[in-house]
Design a protein around this ligand. Structure first.
Ligand SMILES: [Zn+2]
Length: 305
């Protein structure tokens, strides 16, 4: 079968509008390997936002999501994740309205429903065609097209969703519009200022298009007028440790490309160096250097004031 072409588009900074960037690194889609093309991850020289540029257009991006990407999330391992997510919600009233952005098949919302059956549940997802539960009011559309009422929700969640967006500022603005005053927005994103985000090349490229940090999120919150209540750095929901920092350091120093490794075009010395790097990376992981603050996953709690 012939390979689909990638339609690429250049973007300006979503946070400040600047077009002055420096390249951080390049990485191909090492998960699906449909193409050898190396995508560029850039950092805005003005505000520090990190993102993919150029990126596949919206139409072209669908080839990077296999058809079963959102399925099978009702398993035991996911239930453990939902338990962890739940611990970040804080005090919950008996009644309320909750929205999960990027809800997939609705398993997280249903987990919440088991504990709070008097809440009204809403979910939206661009890619998922339906949810598996009748207690969820579902919309198969991106958030800005859902037309929810203003000041409507008590709580909005988004778990590992905002990395995938095309215009985060539009989503943050919309979240602020549809939340009630005093309502909470709890979301999980990767941290671009961690070893994971900066050196280890762990980001899921090109499916991850934006890489946030505490600093850039504070600027987003200021623009849309929301209050940052808390930022927690944690590896409990997803592991945000950069587990191959030394390997990537060695690979950069020796100029060993992703393609060279994929096509096994490395010599014995390079292969030995990578093995040595694995050893040091394992050691680093044992020390658990990134247990808290520098880790690659942030759980953020914002409030509408
Ligand atoms: Zn910027």
């Amino acid at each position: 079968m012939a390979k689909k072409l990638i339609d690429l588009e250049f973007v300006s900074c979503d946070l400040c509008g600047s077009e002055r960037f420096v390249e951080r690194y390049k990485k191909p889609d090492t998960w699906l390997w449909q193409h050898d093309y190396e995508f560029s991850v850039v950092e805005c020289m003005n505000c520090g936002l990190v993102f993919l540029d150029p990126r596949p257009t919206n139409e072209s991006m669908s080839q990077f999501y296999p058809h079963d990407y959102h399925e099978n999330r009702d398993s035991k391992i996911h239930h453990e994740r939902y338990k962890n997510q739940y611990s970040y919600l804080g005090n919950i009233n008996n009644h309320g309205k909750m929205l999960d952005i990027g809800c997939a098949r609705g398993d997280w919302l249903n987990f919440f429903y088991d504990k709070h059956p008097y809440w009204e549940l809403y979910g939206c997802d661009t890619f998922s065609k339906k949810v598996n539960y009748e207690n969820i009011t579902f919309t198969n559309a991106p958030l800005p097209s859902c037309n929810y009422k203003s000041n409507y929700f008590d709580m909005i969640t988004a778990w590992a969703v905002f990395e995938h967006l095309y215009e985060p500022i539009v989503y943050f603005t919309e979240v602020n519009r549809i939340l009630k005053r005093g309502g909470s927005f709890i979301f999980l994103v990767t941290n671009s200022e961690s070893l994971y985000g900066k050196y280890s090349d762990v980001e899921d490229i090109p499916r991850h298009t934006y890489y946030f940090s505490e600093k850039t999120l504070l600027k987003y919150a200021g623009i849309v007028g929301m209050n940052v209540e808390e930022v927690v750095y944690s590896n409990e929901i997803f592991d945000g440790r950069g587990y191959k920092n030394i390997e990537m350091l060695f690979r950069r120093m020796l100029g060993i490309s992703y393609l060279a490794i994929k096509n096994k075009r490395i010599n014995r010395l390079q292969s030995l160096t990578i093995k040595l790097a694995h050893f040091f990376d394992k050691l680093l992981n044992k020390i658990n250097l990134e247990k808290n603050k520098p880790t690659g996953i942030m759980i953020c709690h914002w409030k509408k004031t």
